[in-house]
Design a protein around this ligand. Structure first.
Ligand code: SAM
Length: 267
């Protein structure tokens, strides 16, 4: 890969997704693009870049982002967030508020994250009369959103799901498990770039979960994203970030509650 081709890919990916690809990512980037090059019969990276530049290459842009982005995720990742939801948010919620508890899983990947939180919320709904919840789950990648919406997972993906929560999963003849309709119909899945929020994304979420995506952004982008997320939280609402994604130094009306847990300061 020539330096100029790599620079073109770096700039394009940044423009489309704000994912920051340093020089050290070059080998990884090439290995991920090679599959697309084979499928499109491009013999060199230069040919692939030419295709991306052409008007007919527009559709390939989203395939490029899909190829570049890391979608690694799993059920009940980062357990302190689930403990906090149960012990503090749900246990301490103001029940005089007559609207469903609302959550946004921003950068939801293949669905393990939103469904893990959804199972906890659904348990609360079954246990507490009158409690309702709704969720939006978004990701920049069409492919992962489509998989998330399907809600089908092999048994090997479910090893961290507590046994009592298996009532929210139904085994299919193939042996895979499908998240029950009662949960799936409460989640709205959308393909969406965090930097081009969909007009229908509301502005008063009780909880926003944006985990393990900020690590791919530079400092300036992290600040911009955090400020945009905070605007979509109700005052007093909670933001979860990944445990390796401290927001210290980020200028936003947030107070740190615990590692990776922040509250929007009432204004
Ligand atoms: C490592 S996964 C994290 C999944 C999940 N939040 C978790 O913690 O397990 C990162 C996800 O961020 C998504 N992503 C990257 N850049 C994005 C952007 N600009 N807008 C929306 N999603 C983005 C990727 O497609 C990927 O699915």
């Amino acid at each position: 890969m020539s330096e100029s081709d790599y620079q073109y890919i770096q700039e394009l990916v940044y423009k489309l997704s704000r994912i920051s690809l340093g020089p050290q990512k070059k080998t990884l980037v090439v290995s991920r693009i090679i599959k697309r090059m084979r499928e499109l019969r491009c013999a060199t990276l230069g040919q692939y870049c030419d295709l991306l530049r052409r008007p007919s290459g527009q559709q390939e842009l989203s395939e490029l982002i899909d190829a570049i982005s890391t979608n690694h995720t799993y059920f009940f990742r980062e357990s302190p967030h689930f403990d906090y939801l149960t012990r503090h948010i749900l246990a301490g919620a103001d029940r005089s508020v007559q609207r469903p508890f609302s959550m946004w899983s921003a950068a939801c990947s293949t669905g393990e994250e939103p469904y893990s939180f959804a199972m906890v919320l659904e348990e609360q709904r079954l246990y507490e009369r009158g409690f309702e919840w709704e969720m939006v789950a978004t990701d920049i990648s069409h492919h992962v959103v489509a998989r998330a919406e399907l809600g089908v997972f092999p048994a090997t993906a479910l090893t961290r799901v507590p046994q009592r929560l298996f009532r929210h999963l139904k085994q299919e003849p193939s042996g895979n498990y499908r998240v029950v309709d009662a949960i799936r119909r409460r989640i709205r899945f959308l393909q969406m770039n965090l930097f081009a929020p969909h007009a229908t994304i509301r502005e008063n979420f009780d909880l926003i979960v944006c985990r393990n995506v900020m690590i791919y952004f530079d400092g300036e982008t992290r600040t911009e994203l955090t400020q945009s997320l905070v605007r979509r939280l109700r005052p007093g609402g909670i933001l979860f970030v990944g445990h390796s994604e401290s927001l210290s130094g980020v200028d936003a009306p947030l107070e740190r509650v615990q590692p990776a847990i922040y509250r929007r300061i009432a204004s």
